[in-house]
Design a binder for this molecule. Structure first.
Ligand SMILES: [Zn+2]
Length: 366
């Protein structure tokens, strides 16, 4: 097996669900070891709920490039799948594409490129976190802080057919707890509002915030409440999220959600809104377009057809973009079935993705 696949196998076989802190820490130690072997000085910033955020520094130069990746997966240990080489074209395993593949690619691209980089003129910082899949609450500060000291940020989230990303939607998750007047469904129904009815009224108004002309999406993903057919619901609960490419629209959505939930409803019923995990939008900028143009030129010379993909999926690149530096995402391995137990990586593309990463690093670091 190629060295890069050996690395990938090692990473995948160390499960790292976002909330498996001890296991994630074990993987972080392996990644630290690999980066240290390349001459990086690695600091592990201990998290409360998740594995540490690794900040790995190389070189003394003033022009600093940031590389990003998350080493957590959505799979708790009990459903995490080991690395399996299916054939020459495909390997499966949890996180094999999203995004342990990206981290393996980053490590091997650095290994090839570092001997050619002037450490007095340039420097590199890799920020690798263990809570991306649950909103990056513990790591976002490290990402932004390091982005502020960098001239650009590259992220190794999965790539698809040469697609790269400089624009991503922001997402805000929320939950709504509704209370109403419980009682007998036959005898007490005139006394006041049921929590379920109140919640449904609010949710209909929230669904109406969807605006396809502005690419604003709304989803209610979880709903529950009540106890029996013949009981007026005293409590009900829903969880959902809203997404937009535009920071101003995200602010507006937050205000609209608050207003909907605060407005008076059925007698005796109320809803309480709580905002949960969020990622800001990553807005397309001219500087990011120029960074993409560099990657596109390299990709074309390698026979790829790189194109820009705007995606509704949030990612940590948005925190780097808040530092007003050019960003580029989607440099990782190509595969499919991410966030499912069918996740696979396309092995036929690994060499070319690695070559693209190497040439891009060299271009930006010389
Ligand atoms: Zn990912």
């Amino acid at each position: 097996m190629k060295p890069i696949l050996e690395t990938l196998k090692t990473y995948v076989n160390l499960p790292s669900g976002s909330f498996d802190k001890a296991l994630s820490t074990t993987l972080s130690e392996k990644i630290s070891e690999d980066l240290s072997a390349l001459g990086f000085e690695v600091t592990a910033h201990e998290g409360a709920l998740h594995g540490p955020t690794l900040v790995a520094a190389w070189g003394q130069g003033a022009r600093k490039l940031m590389l990003m990746g998350h080493y957590d997966t959505v799979f708790p240990e009990n459903i995490s799948q080991p690395f399996q080489l299916v054939d020459d074209t495909r390997a499966t395993g949890s996180g094999v594409t999203d995004m342990k593949g990206g981290i393996a690619l980053m490590v091997h691209a650095l290994k090839a490129v570092l001997p050619k980089v002037d450490a007095q003129a340039y420097s590199i910082v890799c920020v690798l976190n263990a809570d991306e899949e649950v909103g990056s609450g513990e790591s976002r500060g490290y990402i932004l802080d390091n982005a502020k000291k960098s001239f650009a940020a590259l992220s190794f989230e999965p790539g698809h057919d040469g697609a790269m990303t400089i624009e991503r939607k922001g997402v805000t998750c929320f939950e709504i707890n509704a209370t109403g007047i419980g009682g007998h469904a036959g005898a007490d129904y005139k006394k006041g509002g049921s929590a379920i009815q109140e919640l449904l009224n609010k949710l209909q108004q929230i669904y109406a915030l969807r605006d396809d002309s502005k690419d604003i999406s709304v989803n209610i993903g979880v709903i529950s409440g009540g106890t029996a057919d013949n009981v007026l619901a005293h409590e009900a609960y829903a969880r959902g999220e809203v997404r937009s490419y535009d920071p101003a629209e995200m602010d507006k959505l937050h205000q609209q959600l608050k207003a909907i939930c605060a407005a008076p409803g059925l007698p005796g019923a109320a809803t309480v809104l709580t905002f949960k995990a969020s990622h800001p939008p990553c807005k397309k900028t001219e500087a990011s377009m120029q960074l993409f143009a560099v990657a596109k030129g390299i990709g074309k010379s390698l026979g790829l057809s790189p194109y820009l993909l705007s995606t509704g999926g949030a990612s940590d690149i948005a925190f780097a973009a808040q530092a007003n530096i050019p960003v580029l995402d989607g440099l990782g391995m190509e595969g499919g079935g991410v966030h499912t137990t069918e996740e696979y990586v396309n092995l036929e593309k690994v060499d070319i993705q690695l070559e693209l990463a190497k040439q891009l690093l060299l271009k930006l670091l010389s």
